[in-house]
Write a protein that binds this ligand. Structure first.
Ligand SMILES: CC(C)(COP(=O)(O)OP(=O)(O)OC[C@H]1O[C@@H](n2cnc3c(N)ncnc32)[C@H](O)[C@@H]1OP(=O)(O)O)[C@@H](O)C(=O)NCCC(=O)NCCS
Length: 180
């Protein structure tokens, strides 16, 4: 079943009061704890920015993080290398989580699409060839593969999606899909 998008808007971590993050749970306590205690400092020191999907009461229902990264050309096939010989500029989707009570309704996929859209927008200003993700577990690798990512040949959990494919995936969404 796919439910109505349960968030109203997406805000960067600094725009949500810390107390609103208390009680958010995605089922991975390390993520929940990180969001509450470390996400702000991570943004301040330029490590990554957490983007929070909030409902009409301003409460978090999901989040994702993005940062700049690079990939060694030796780690990817020619298709992903695109003729580059030096480090390949990329965007890292570091963390992604959906509140446990709404999981399994297409929300995770939708949050992933929002993260893709943000990565794409960012790449219009700061070049990035690939969107990279490290699946939290091996079990989650197919979840990303079914959503456009390909696992790197010598990595158990690292996957990439070409930014040109991210663009195609985002453009396949219906008008109004990317609210927030
Ligand atoms: C992974 C996560 C974002 C998926 O959110 P969601 O709302 O359940 O996602 P969707 O509804 O779009 O997709 C549901 C599908 O994902 C699968 N799935 C969800 N969590 C999974 C997991 N940990 N391992 C393997 N598959 C998983 C479900 O079985 C379901 O499969 P189906 O479509 O074949 O029935 C969510 O489970 C979550 O927040 N997990 C905790 C944090 C986490 O692991 N984040 C991933 C970081 S790499």
């Amino acid at each position: 079943m796919v439910i109505e998008q349960p968030w109203e808007r997406i805000v960067p971590i600094h725009d949500i009061p810390k107390e609103r993050l208390i009680g958010f749970g995605c089922g991975v306590s390390a993520f929940d704890q990180w969001l509450l205690t470390s996400a702000r400092s991570a943004a301040s020191r330029g490590e990554c920015v957490a983007h929070i999907c909030v409902d009409s009461n301003g409460l978090p229902v999901a989040f994702f993080t993005l940062s700049a990264t690079s990939i060694s050309p030796d780690d990817v096939s020619n298709k992903f290398r695109g003729g580059l010989h030096g480090l390949i500029p990329a965007t890292l989707l570091g963390k992604l989580g959906v509140r446990t009570d709404i999981q399994g309704n297409g929300c995770g996929t939708r949050v992933l699409h929002h993260a893709m859209q943000y990565a794409l927008r960012s790449a219009q200003f700061v070049s990035s060839r690939l969107l990279v993700v490290d699946a939290l577990t091996v079990d989650l690798v197919p979840w990303y593969e079914n959503r456009g990512f390909r696992r790197l040949p010598n990595a158990e959990r690292r996957l990439v999606c070409k930014m040109s494919d991210v663009r195609k995936i985002c453009s396949q969404q219906t008008p109004g899909y990317f609210t927030g």
